[in-house]
Design a protein around this ligand. Sequence first.
Ligand code: SF4
Ligand code: SF4
Length: 169
Amino acid sequence: MERTILDSRSLGCYCCPAPCCQLQLHYYNAPANAEDIDMARYRLLFPGTELLVCDTGEWYLLHWKACSFFQQATYTCTVHSSEEKPRICERFDQEECWFRCNFVDSPGESLLRMDRARFERWSQEIRSAETGEDLLLHSFEQSRQIVSAIPIAPLYTPLTPDDKAGAGR
Ligand code: SF4
Ligand code: SF4
């Protein structure tokens, strides 16, 4: 099926598969003890759930699930310019887009995605200290080195070369 990227989006959205409309983020406390590690492992048992670690030290729980108003075939919002579109979407600065930067253009540079496999690897050192000693939390760079060898695929639908050729028509 041919897809057409509609021009209702800003230039900043050109050739972007719109991860902004296909995930939700929730603040998450970085694991601080063995119980937290166990809780994180439990969270990651649910399909489409990941933990995000930012180089600023913040953690997020990420759920991959597209918004009900998102049209996958065209990567567009079906309620654009209508009153149904949430104001938070209207106000979002598409030219300085955190989602595009971190999920499309420079993935892994300033945040790490942790699925089950990556988290198990990351937490190995911590779990060896489950005897009650202080947890050894990894720095962002250490964490990156620990998990980067484990591939993680995008959970949004990336643009195909055909999509890109059709962008802007
Ligand atoms: S992720 Fe950002 S750049 Fe891409 S479509 Fe959404 S707002 Fe636009
Ligand atoms: S309302 Fe539209 S812009 Fe907002 S998340 Fe849903 S599809 Fe995306």
